[in-house]
Design a protein around this ligand. Structure first.
Ligand code: C2E
Ligand code: MG
Ligand code: MG
Length: 279
């Protein structure tokens, strides 16, 4: 009985694996078509000041406008794009759009810095670095007004020559920001070795604020010692925003202020803000 049970489980497991592989293959084919047919769009989520409530920056977040399935969020395809290597092409598209947007904002006197997500796979692609070096010439953007958001795993040895890659990107003028800070391993030693400009506190720590915010305070003082700028992610309540402001965290991003919005909505948010400031 036990033997046939385990044989059954084995068959079911193999079937599940096969289904998973088929699904991945389908998404991969769909993604290849999406790249060819330019089915991606970028939404922008404002990053605001905790004291003045004004937009001070924004993060570009990719969405997939699927012809049948509608708008698909990155959680459903970025991991597969990363596994299959398609993220390199997608990432090239993202950075070009962000470069163009930054140049457009500057031309409109809405000089708001932007940030974009860079996946580990891109970091280990030699072409990525030279592409990023040519982006200013290609799009007219100012790299100093663009932050590259990387995850802690990049700094913790997943990418063999991460230090060299980051140094070249910094030399090209880009700012380097650690995304989802605090969710990786708690090995802080690496922080000293890298040219970090900013830290984004992962949204899971916003819950910590209700019970005193000890961890957030720790991250804030760590960042200040490193001279890194901090953004609190996933801020959903006014209490959280007030706490952050009182504890010296000047920048926040989250549904409380705004969800990620399409490019034209984002532009009109900025022009409205500029008009109010001029009154
Ligand atoms: P992330 O870079 O940490 O981006 C923040 C995510 O949190 C976004 O999800 C955003 O919509 C969501 N968020 C913002 N405020 C709140 C809030 O107050 N509450 C909650 N519950 N969520 C909030 P999104 O857009 O679905 O993106 C998910 C992840 O996909 C991103 O996490 C990033 O890791 C990845 N991603 C997005 N765009 C790109 C891209 O262009 N390239 C790469 N490689 N990855 C990307
Ligand atoms: Mg991010
Ligand atoms: Mg994040």
């Amino acid at each position: 009985q036990a033997k046939s049970d385990s044989k059954h489980k084995c068959v079911r497991f193999r079937e599940r694996m096969r289904r998973l592989r088929d699904e991945t293959q389908t998404i991969k084919k769909d993604l290849e078509r999406a790249i060819r047919e330019q089915q991606f769009v970028l939404h922008y989520q404002p990053i605001a000041c905790t004291r003045t409530d004004r937009v001070v920056a924004a993060e570009a977040l990719i969405r997939w406008q699927h012809p049948e399935k509608g708008l698909i969020r990155p959680d459903e395809f970025v991991a597969i794009a990363e596994e299959t290597g398609l993220i390199n092409e997608i990432g090239t598209w993202v950075s070009r759009k962000v470069g163009e947007m930054q140049a457009e904002l500057a031309a409109l006197d809405l000089d708001i810095p932007l940030s974009m997500n860079v996946s580990p796979r891109q970091m280990s692609d030699p072409q990525f670095v030279s592409w990023m070096q040519s982006l200013a010439e290609l799009t007219g953007c100012c790299p100093g007004r663009i932050s590259l958001e990387i995850t802690e795993s990049v700094l913790l040895g997943d990418i063999p020559n991460a230090f060299e890659v980051l140094s070249v990107l910094k030399q090209a003028g880009y700012r380097i920001v650690i995304d989802d800070f605090g969710t990786g391993y708690s090995n802080l030693a690496y922080l000293h070795n890298y040219p970090i400009d900013g830290i984004k506190i992962d949204r899971m720590f916003m819950e910590d604020i209700a019970t005193g915010g000890a961890i957030v305070k720790l991250i804030l003082s760590l960042a200040s010692a490193l001279g890194a700028e901090v953004v609190a992610e996933g801020v959903e309540t006014l209490d959280q925003r007030i706490w952050l402001s009182e504890n010296g965290c000047n920048r926040f991003q989250g549904f409380l202020y705004s969800k990620p919005v399409p490019e034209d909505r984002f532009l009109s948010m900025l022009t409205t803000q500029l008009r109010i400031a001029a009154m």
